[in-house]
Design a binder for this molecule. Structure first.
Ligand code: GLN
Ligand code: ZN
Length: 763
């Protein structure tokens, strides 16, 4: 590659890197430290020591992996969007009086006795949640780059080839929220650009050679005119006279013609996600001599890379672009740290996987192979080929019985009779009052429940003792519901640690990791199951618990299941077949459970799909196909029961936007949906979408410990009655109650029932 030397920019080009890395710590050290800090058990200095250790370990690890450019500012005490808001002086005014910067930062993240926290929402289509910055009419911006500068300086001082990383102005504003009547945050872009110019200058002064500016928004349709905006913003930042080399990093999709827009600016490098996106837009962009950071190793799923294919992609690109670096498709924030320690996996399974550590080795191997050929990296390439070969032939990935069942499915299998006919039969069977009252499924996860679960795990109690303890919990919850006077009861879900993991543990085709923790938000981590093979349900998963609950009461008890879309959304999913097909396999397993519940005499079954909107593709063009398979899967899951069996579903969040038509298309008999915080708006949207089945808009917000007054709930119900007729309206909280305390729940539900009785008389 001697022609590299003839270009001025390429002396500092790099060859192997990653856009960012996890920061919770391989053993969740940061989680423990921040929680100890919040509880007052350690001071800020001790917390900082832990943070410094995590940073240093990750830098060293990347250097040792052979990376010649290392992202050194992707650490965060809580969240990278919050860090950006802090860097730009845009924390909400209500925390401004908190003088200690760290406490101010955590107050914005978590709230305190006096102030509400920022809202939290999903980071693109991942399971990571970021804090949503608020931009009001009086929000002003002021740069404080001290944290970024300090990390760059420290990393450079120990010889790390440091690259600063910050979230870009387009993404920052596009993901922020206007408050107090302000215009759309993106209208403030010109106020931010001087700060980014200043940041570039300060980084140059600190000796930074590279800065990466993340602009994942450029792969979305989140705003109009993003292509022109990208050209304008990076035209200006590219023109900053003395600045570090500038990499504009995209991920989570194909940046399309936004790459061509960046090509017309003076930025030095562009990062692309070649797992979610393709090479065509890179080739078409005319990037000239710019460095292309090619994300060919999947940063957000857990499978070992097909190195031959990745190398072929890189080789085809190399012929058309100036310089090439190998990278993961996005930050490895989204996958567990390492496969080391997953000793419970059989060696075949383990051989298919690559967590962050293993992905770094893949990136390094590809970057060397690009120069010296695949033979130079024989062990890595061989392992990759072996994984592909054994995955292709493993019987667990190709179960004839599952495949045949799927092939035999016909529209009649996912189409129930007309809703009005079902309604008449269900009314006759259930004999419920007008405005029936119910809850979403879970009741408080008490200390006793947690103790029983950990005792079972530790082996200090057996399964019989565990079952007895769970049954006691169920009996308590049934008694509570009868006491407050609810019409449709639930068993309370004490046996579930998590609404996806619980099912994954019992279904064929999944396995669980021992230590595969991934940050969900702040200090909270999840351990998503891995959906690796064909899915089937060997035995009933919930029937015993539900029938036990039903045996304790004369009122109807709802069976409680998680839907196929949500199971996919909260797992790592096999990548060797279309998601639609995987979803339908899961749907058939859930369908088996509904049929068994019905056979056991359960009259109502709820299939939760809180993640329906989360999986919505980032690009409008891909959405119809997704919604089509998502709806079909739900309907397969729920289409096997008789007309008289009532199907409920539950969805979280109230701003459904484009998903609203799909919610109607689920054709559940009763849909409970969050609405308490948005004044029942969703009911009007559903109406416009032609939805005519029954609906239970949440009448109080369970996310807050505040117990609502009877009058408040009554007002919510009257508001709801302005949008749907009384004979279609159910009365329920807006989500499950597992995070609340029993005392709160008892009072709140009592008031909810009182309100329902009151409004029932008026209706
Ligand atoms: N049935 C679940 C519960 O009540 C639903 C949870 C959810 O909506 N995320 O906890
Ligand atoms: Zn919910």
């Amino acid at each position: 590659m001697s022609d590299d030397e003839t270009h001025t920019t390429t002396t500092a080009a790099f060859h192997a890197t990653v856009p960012g890395v996890a920061r919770i710590g391989a053993n969740r050290e940061l989680k423990r430290a921040v929680e100890a800090y919040w509880a007052g058990r350690i001071d800020a200095a001790a917390l900082e020591t832990v943070a410094d250790g995590i940073k240093r370990d990750s830098w060293n690890q990347l250097v040792q992996a052979g990376f010649d450019s290392v992202p050194v500012t992707t650490f965060s005490y809580y969240d990278q969007m919050l860090d950006t808001a802090a860097m730009l002086g845009a924390l909400p005014e209500r925390v401004a009086t908190i003088s200690d910067p760290l406490d101010r930062y955590f107050a914005a993240a978590r709230g305190n006795d006096l102030v509400a926290p920022l809202e939290m929402t999903k980071w693109f289509d991942t399971n990571y949640h970021y804090l949503v910055p608020e931009i009001g009419p009086t929000t002003s911006f002021a740069l404080d780059a001290s944290t970024v500068l300090a990390d760059v300086t420290r990393a450079r001082s120990i010889g790390v080839p440091a690259r600063a990383v910050v979230i870009g102005p387009i993404t920052f504003l596009a993901l922020s929220k206007a408050v107090h009547g302000a215009d759309a945050p993106l209208t403030r872009i010109d106020d931010l650009l001087p700060l980014y110019e200043d940041l570039l200058a300060q980084l140059a002064d600190a000796g930074a050679e590279w800065v990466q500016i993340d602009e994942p928004t450029l792969v979305t349709d989140q705003a109009e005119g993003l292509t022109e905006l990208a050209e304008r913003v990076y035209g200006r930042l590219g023109a900053v006279p003395s600045r570090p080399r500038l990499l504009v990093q995209t991920y989570f999709g194909d940046a399309g013609d936004r790459l061509a827009a960046l090509a017309r600016t003076e930025v030095d490098a562009v990062g692309v996600d070649l797992v979610a996106g393709g090479v065509d837009s890179v080739l078409a962009a005319g990037l000239g001599e710019k460095l292309v950071v090619a994300g060919v190793v999947d940063g957000r799923n857990v499978w070992r890379t097909d190195l031959d294919r990745a190398l072929a992609t890189l080789q085809s690109l190399r012929e058309h672009v100036g310089t090439l670096a190998v990278s993961t498709s996005c930050s490895t924030l989204h996958v567990p740290y390492t496969l080391r320690g997953e000793s419970q996996l059989d060696s075949t399974l383990a051989g298919w996987l690559a967590f962050a550590d293993e992905k770094f080795a893949e990136v390094a191997a590809l970057s060397r192979a690009l120069v010296h050929g695949a033979a130079d990296q024989a062990p890595q390439f061989e392992a990759s080929r072996a994984a592909l070969a054994t995955r292709a032939t493993d019987p667990r990935l190709n179960v004839a019985a599952v495949r045949e069942r799927l092939d035999a499915l016909e529209p009649a299998d996912w189409t129930r009779t007309t809703a009005s006919i079902r309604r008449a039969k269900q009314d006759a069977a259930l004999n419920l009052p007008l405005l029936p009252t119910t809850t979403i499924g879970s009741y408080p996860q008490t200390v006793e429940i947690r103790k029983a679960r950990s005792a079972l795990r530790a082996g200090s109690i057996g399964t019989t003792e565990y079952r007895d303890r769970m049954q006691r919990e169920i009996a308590d919850v049934i008694a509570l519901q009868e006491k407050v006077g609810l019409d449709v009861l639930v068993h309370g879900e004490p046996e579930r640690n998590d609404m996806v993991q619980y099912f994954a543990e019992q279904l064929d085709g999944f396995f669980a990791t021992a230590n595969g923790w991934v940050q969900s938000y702040g200090s909270r981590c999840v351990r998503p199951p891995i959906l690796f093979g064909d899915v089937a349900r060997p035995t009933p998963m919930t029937v015993g618990w539900i029938t036990y609950a039903q045996s304790l009461t004369n009122r109807p008890v709802k069976g409680m299941l998680t839907g196929p879309v949500t199971i996919l959304a909260w797992s790592f999913v096999r990548d060797d077949q279309p998601q639609a097909q995987t979803a339908q396999q899961v749907a058939l397993a859930i369908r088996d459970e509904t049929v068994d519940l019905e056979r056991a005499g359960v009259p109502i079954i709820q299939v939760d799909e809180p993640a329906l909107r989360e999986l919505l593709p980032l690009r409008a063009a891909d959405r119809e196909a997704y919604l089509d398979w998502a709806v079909t899967s739900f309907r397969i899951a729920t289409g096997g029961v008789a007309e008289a069996t009532q199907i409920h579903t539950h969805l979280c969040y109230s701003e459904f936007g484009e998903v609203i038509g799909a919610i109607a298309a689920l054709d559940a008999d009763v849909t409970s949906i969050e609405a308490a915080r948005s004044h029942m708006e969703v009911l009007h949207d559903l109406d416009e979408a032609g939805f005519a089945n029954q609906v239970g808009p949440g009448v109080y917000d369970i996310h807050s410990p505040r117990v609502p007054g009877t009058d408040e709930i009554t007002a919510s119900l009257r508001e709801a009655l302005g949008a749907v007729s009384a004979n279609r309206l159910w009365v329920n909280p807006d989500c499950g109650l597992k995070t609340r305390r029993t005392e709160e729940v008892t009072v709140a539900l009592k008031r909810m029932v009182t309100a329902a009785l009151l409004v029932r008389q008026e209706a």
